[in-house]
Design a binder for this molecule. Structure first.
Ligand SMILES: [Zn+2]
Length: 62
């Protein structure tokens, strides 16, 4: 899941947030849940949005 090149990865609960560059050199931010049965992951344009999504993620595997 987190196989792209992430920088500044943090963990909020079960969700990891990381910053990466997309193919066009733009900074993007991803949130991905590490719970095996969840599978939540999404990309965001801002770090704040990714962290908010991680913070408010309701994990069905919990
Ligand atoms: Zn989850």
């Amino acid at each position: 899941m987190f196989n792209r090149r992430f920088r500044n990865t943090i963990r909020i609960g079960p969700v990891q947030v990381g910053t990466f560059y997309d193919g066009r050199g733009r900074e993007k931010h991803a949130a991905a849940c590490t719970a095996p049965r969840c599978g939540f992951s999404a990309d965001y344009d801002s770090r704040a949005a990714a962290e908010l999504a991680a913070r408010t993620h309701r994990c069905p595997a919990r």
